[in-house]
Design a protein around this ligand. Structure first.
Ligand code: UT7
Length: 327
């Protein structure tokens, strides 16, 4: 028994924030952003008073309709996010309420850009144990709510979106989550974080004045850790299962930076056509970026295709999955 994705739907905010508009906010250029990151535009949830749950609930409603699932059949709803609506209650609970899921329990997973791989690994364990049979997994971020649009080091990078997936048990060897390997190294807390608003530095007039409620990133250091760790863990996953480049249909990498995800794919011996990318029009949506790629390219996959999924993010967290497409 293992977990398999049996439905996937996305919610993208309408507003498109272009590089041209970012050029008006900070001292940067379209050329610099494209060359250094691969990003051309990103979606932003503009309206005040709407959080991650707005997009998450929209994605779940589409998922329930597309899969013919009744809200009362769902036994668990998990939400991976670093931009919860509020510190508490969990955004998973808020989404459940908005969509009428009443017979489920759930929680949020805070794993930075590894939101999808950490939460899917957790759900897989419950599915294998027979304790969860119809799980809705939501990955959602309103990154624009914690992005400092006066900081050129970070504001070109991030976008907003949510994806909802229906996860069920399968006993078929041709589909589902075969294996995963996850890691954490707390040294990352010095290089990528949101300083204030938690219990260590509660919100105050001073924390707001010092702009400490926004993402702070030492990009160069994060880049170095990301390049080596994402490639190492992906190559290790191939070795563990005796997978050669020809055995892999696609690499689904976290969309942080085109240079990082290309380097990972090339270390695995993959040609560019096997490295799936949508960073150019969606930017870095943290833990949502991998399911956004799965959703966007879903018609390209065949049941049983071998996918390697790989991510690196705040924490530091990183990991890789060996997944067989099951739709
Ligand atoms: O998703 C979670 C994990 N996050 C990541 O994986 C992100 C990893 N890091 C990165 O993707 C890259 O480090 C960035 C895209 C954030 C930055 O690219 P970089 O090539 O590492 O640039 P840098 O930070 O080394 O900066 C190089 C230069 C600096 O100028 P000096 O000091 O050489 O004069 C920066 O001030 O580029 C400057 N710079 C910019 N220039 C124009 C930084 N941001 C910008 C900008 N426009 N937006």
């Amino acid at each position: 028994m293992r977990a398999v994705i049996k439905g996937i739907e996305a919610s993208l905010p309408e507003y498109i924030l272009t590089n041209a508009e970012i050029e008006k906010l900070v001292d940067t250029s379209d050329e610099w952003i494209r060359e250094r990151t691969g990003i051309v535009e990103r979606r932003i949830l503009k309206q005040d008073g709407l959080g991650t749950s707005e997009m998450g609930a929209d994605a779940v409603r589409k998922l329930l309709a597309a899969t013919g699932t009744k809200p009362e059949e769902v036994d668990m709803l998990v939400c991976a996010t670093v931009t919860p609506d509020m510190q508490f209650p969990a955004t998973a609970n808020i989404i459940s309420d908005k969509v009428g899921i009443k017979n489920a329990w759930g929680f949020d997973v805070n794993a930075g850009c590894c939101g999808f791989i950490y939460s899917f690994s957790t759900v897989d364990a419950l599915v294998r144990a027979g304790r969860a049979k119809k799980v809705v997994l939501v990955c959602g971020e309103r990154m624009s709510g914690i992005t400092d649009y006066t900081d050129r080091n970070t504001c070109p990078l991030f976008g907003d979106a949510a994806v909802a997936m229906l996860i069920e048990p399968t006993d078929s060897p041709d589909e589902g989550l075969v294996d995963y390997e996850n890691h954490v190294d707390g040294i990352g807390r010095h290089y990528l974080y949101q300083k204030a608003g938690g219990s260590m530095y509660p919100a105050s007039a001073e924390t707001v004045a010092r702009r400490e409620h926004y993402i702070i990133q030492d990009g160069k250091t994060v880049f170095k850790y990301a390049v080596s760790n994402m490639a190492d863990v992906s190559v290790a996953m191939m070795a563990r299962h005796g997978l050669k480049p020809d055995d892999i249909a696609y690499l689904i990498p976290h969309q942080a930076n085109l240079r990082i995800l290309s380097a990972t794919g090339h270390r695995m011996g993959l040609s560019d056509d096997k490295i799936l990318v949508n960073i150019e029009h969606l930017g870095n949506t943290a833990g949502t970026s991998i399911p956004l790629v799965l959703w966007e390219f879903r018609d390209r996959f065949k049941r049983g295709d071998n996918l390697i999924i790989s991510a690196f993010g705040a924490g530091f967290t990183w990991g890789a999955m060996y997944y067989k497409w099951g739709l």
